[in-house]
Design a protein around this ligand. Structure first.
Ligand SMILES: Cc1cc2nc3c(=O)[nH]c(=O)nc-3n(C[C@H](O)[C@H](O)[C@H](O)COP(=O)(O)OP(=O)(O)OC[C@H]3O[C@@H](n4cnc5c(N)ncnc54)[C@H](O)[C@@H]3O)c2cc1C
Length: 343
């Protein structure tokens, strides 16, 4: 098959490698100019899963790890604090990882594609891997995104662990994600765009120097709200169709899981991609993201009750517990309720 991959982020770079390994002809189209291409992300994910995806794509994930987390400290409203044991959460060199996956692939950089300027008919399939932008698929009326930005900083002296500050009403959170040699990502996603914690970080860490400022909104709407997943021969993969864990705005692993589902369906019958089967698989795999999304929206609107919505909360907990490895941190019901209450 002759396949175009639009967007050279997590899903796009992984799929380009995997599709070529299966004998398909692939061309990648990326909007950023080659010298300015930088993954807008805090580069944090579970190594338990990334090791598997990397191996499949011929990479050794150990080569990319920048920081192995031990503990995640959480500062919550009303002076509550909580900490989670980390069981695989790391930061990794996402730029190099994506770059290495694209080695040997024909990539066209520096042009933002839309339906008006993309040669859709020249390819058997066109994959919309443009993440938040969803540039080749119709907009969804049920979309929901949270504004976010972050700084890449260096010369951070005092802190060398993950920490977050949760905002009241689950309206967002601040994060510090350590990288290597005193570098880290300082950022926040916040519906209200106050981004509490960022200025405070710089006041408390006067030695920290900003190397780069990046940002874009993060999609929280789950796949159920991001249909259609395809139009003509264009198929959405990754954040473009809502594969982001809504509670955390965490989309690296979900986008890779989504990529594998795409490959699974394509492999069944290369000549005729089964759109229906793809839709069903995505909705099934990410079904509980819809429950999690409901919890987030209820909390944001101040109407989440730990009694009335206990069933929903239990469902989220059981699903997360089942996937503890994939999250890379401990999942405890006790801690989860202690966390949700002050928010
Ligand atoms: C500030 C921030 C921090 C985050 N931190 C984390 C984190 O630590 N861990 C985590 O798991 N998730 C994090 N996320 C979410 C995560 O980065 C995304 O969900 C994930 O990268 C989505 O993967 P993707 O391949 O679908 O899209 P992306 O990785 O976003 O890739 C999309 C690519 O498409 C390109 N593109 C966009 N529009 C066009 C177009 N029209 N034509 C051509 N190319 C185009 C973009 O330049 C980009 O390279 C964060 C997001 C943000 C915004």
């Amino acid at each position: 098959m002759n396949i175009a991959v639009v967007g050279a982020g997590v899903a796009g770079s992984y799929l380009s490698r995997m599709l070529q390994d299966r004998g398909h002809k692939v061309k990648v189209f990326e909007s950023s100019p080659i010298d300015r291409h930088w993954p807008v992300c805090a580069w944090g994910a579970s190594k338990n899963m990334l090791a598997i995806f990397s191996k499949r794509a011929g990479l050794d994930f150990e080569d990319y790890i920048l920081h192995k987390g031990k503990i995640l400290k959480m500062y919550l409203p009303k002076n509550n604090t909580e900490s989670l044991d980390l069981r695989g959460l790391v930061t990794y060199d996402k730029k190099k990882w994506e770059h290495d996956l694209l080695a040997g692939t024909e990539v066209s950089y520096g042009r933002r594609y839309t339906l008006d300027n993309f040669p859709v008919t020249e390819f058997d399939y066109v994959l919309d891997c443009t993440g938040y932008h969803r540039s080749l698929l119709p907009k969804s009326k049920h979309d929901f995104v949270i504004p976010a930005y972050e700084y890449l900083v260096e010369n951070v002296k005092e802190i060398n662990e993950f920490y977050v500050i949760g905002y009241k009403g689950a309206r967002g959170y601040f994060w510090y994600f350590p990288l290597d040699n005193g570098r880290g990502y300082v950022g926040a996603g916040d519906i209200d765009r106050n981004y509490f914690g960022i200025n405070e970080f710089f006041q408390n860490n006067p030695s920290a120097r900003v190397i780069r400022k990046i940002g874009r909104p993060i999609r929280l709407a789950p796949p159920l709200h991001m249909k259609p997943f395809f139009q003509g021969n264009i198929i959405g993969v990754g954040e473009s169709i809502g594969c982001v864990f809504p509670m955390l705005g965490e989309g690296i692993i979900p986008s890779l899981i989504c990529s594998d589902l795409f490959l699974e369906v394509l492999e069944k019958d290369t000549n005729k991609f089964d759109y229906d089967s793809y839709t069903k698989k995505i909705l099934k795999k990410f079904e509980y993201y819809h429950d999690v999304y409901r919890i987030v929206r209820l909390k944001m609107s101040g109407s989440l009750s730990t009694i009335k919505h206990l069933k929903l909360l239990m469902k989220m907990y059981t699903n997360m517990k089942r996937e503890e490895q994939r999250f890379g941190f401990e999942i405890s019901f006790e801690k989860m309720t202690r966390l949700i209450r002050p928010l």
